[in-house]
Design a protein around this ligand. Sequence first.
Ligand SMILES: [Ca+2]
Ligand SMILES: [Ca+2]
Ligand SMILES: [Ca+2]
Length: 203
Amino acid sequence: MCQGRVTGVQAGIDHADARQRAAARQAGGGSDRISAGEGNDLVSAGGGHNRIVLGEGNDASVSAGGNDTVHADDGNDTVRSGDGSDRLWGGEGDDVLLAEAGNDTLSGGEGDDILNGGAGNDLMGGGEGADRFVFNSGLDRIIDFDDDDDRIDVSAFSGFASFASIRNALSQAGDDVVLRAGTHRLVIEDARLNALDSDDFIW
Ligand SMILES: [Ca+2]
Ligand SMILES: [Ca+2]
Ligand SMILES: [Ca+2]
């Protein structure tokens, strides 16, 4: 298995393979296309609208502003995608998806994933496994909350000091449950208020 590593890809429109280290380092700013392939890769893509495929292995990628698309694929991966409207797929494995600012779409896929949309209005789907959804700001949606396995982390809000305080902020809205935190709102799609209990939240 190769140990690919791409760093400093920041300018220009690049088509970098992680195994081609020298070429990757010379790539300039703008929108990069990076395919890391097998092995455990560390990709730093900088700004621009990046398209990153991490392939197999336990990978990590960091990108800055711009609308990024990241397919983490197999393995336990960590993806941090900076500002912009990003689309992140964890694939198989236990992944950590940190979409940061912007209106982002996060898909955990199989495995026990942590999905954190950061600021902005984010759409989150955990897929199979016991997933943790982090709600910290904006108007977020969880499309596939499973109250047997998944949990919602609201620890970013100091006002939620107990499950009772969370329960007071929950309401049924048609087929969905809505959690309100000041001006911020989380929609838990296709959920029943009376099925949610303290096991479903982290505060
Ligand atoms: Ca890889
Ligand atoms: Ca993965
Ligand atoms: Ca999952």
